[in-house]
Write a protein that binds this ligand. Structure first.
Ligand code: ZN
Length: 318
């Protein structure tokens, strides 16, 4: 194994109402809206990105908010839960905060050596707050009144629901170099060793359970990191050689991407760490205006007419 995936780059999910999406992730979870752009494959709709101060790899939760989108069903063949890291001892604060804000949560549970608070976003997307060791190298944004000592520092993990464990385990460990790191009941943990948040993939083996279907409140794909374009081309060759149907490199403006479906059904992406969200606006202005890639700029007036109006969060920290 010459190459190893160092961590999660971003997670992209489907939402319905864009305003409710922006309000929840900024005002409730306290993340920064780091980029407001359009879905490059559907430019009459938004693509929202939330993360730390720069939306660095391992912190970026992104959405396709489609107004009126019907709800999907969470099930096998999906990333069924996305977990954010919070400091040890913060779950009591979050439990109280989420209760006051009317956000549905479940009982705190223990998972490996950490405490986990499950919650749902307004579209029913399953999220988790995991209180563990501080995540490295992220600079939490402070908004929505979340104090620094409790702020989300980036991803902790994703959990894949799998009808069969072995094929998903095999692509993670044999093809992507993500090493098995323990089992607890039907949960198998895989760990990456990068220097950014989001280094864990859990696979929950759920034989005979229904498959999910896409829609609001479900994850569309999980993207893993690769530091450079050269690294990405090496991954492209490796994944194709392993027999997977992998796309050519796509220019996503803030990173470059390849996509392939793992055997259990989850859409995987490998995205470059560069150029990042400061490509077209400075750090202090991130997320304060609708940004379009150069190839859509000539259609800006038309696109802005179609996009629903959004009230953006006020800049609260830097
Ligand atoms: Zn993506």
């Amino acid at each position: 194994m010459t190459q190893q995936i160092p961590g999660i780059h971003h997670v992209t999910a489907i939402a319905s109402d864009p305003q409710r999406n922006v309000d929840f992730y900024t005002r409730v979870l306290g993340l920064r809206l780091v980029k407001l752009t359009v879905n490059f494959d559907d430019p009459g709709t938004y693509h929202t990105y939330f993360g730390d101060v720069t939306g660095g790899p391992g912190t970026a939760m992104t959405f396709f908010p489609w107004p009126g989108a019907r709800r999907g069903r969470i099930g096998n063949g999906q990333v069924a839960a996305t977990a954010f890291a919070v400091p040890v001892g913060s779950l009591g604060y979050w439990q109280q905060r989420l209760k006051e804000l009317g956000v549905p949560t479940s009982q705190i549970e223990s998972r490996f050596d950490a405490e986990v608070l499950p919650l749902a976003d307004p579209d029913g997307l399953r999220l988790e707050l995991v209180a563990g060791a501080p995540a490295p190298a992220a600079t939490p944004w402070l908004s929505g009144g979340v104090p620094a000592e409790h702020a989300i520092s980036g991803f902790h993990s994703v959990t894949i629901w799998a009808a069969r464990l072995e094929p998903t385990a095999a692509i993670l460990s044999q093809t992507l170099g993500v090493r098995p790191a323990g089992e607890a009941g039907s949960r198998t943990r895989f760990e990456m060793s990068g220097d950014r948040p989001g280094t864990i993939v859990d696979v929950l083996h759920r034989p005979g359970e229904p498959f999910g279907s896409g829609g609001a409140g479900t994850v569309h794909h999980v993207a893993y990191r690769t530091p450079t374009d050269d690294g990405q081309l090496a991954w492209l060759r490796t994944i194709a050689a392993a027999g997977y149907n992998v796309t050519p490199v796509q220019d996503r403006q803030y990173f470059h991407s390849i996509y392939f479906r793992e055997p259990g059904g989850v859409l995987f992406e490998i995205a470059t760490d560069t150029p990042g969200f400061t490509l077209d606006e400075p750090v202090e202005k991130l997320g304060t205006a609708i940004k379009l890639p150069p190839w859509f700029e000539s259609q800006r007036a038309q696109i802005e007419r179609i996009l629903p109006k959004l009230t953006l969060p006020e800049v609260q920290s830097a």
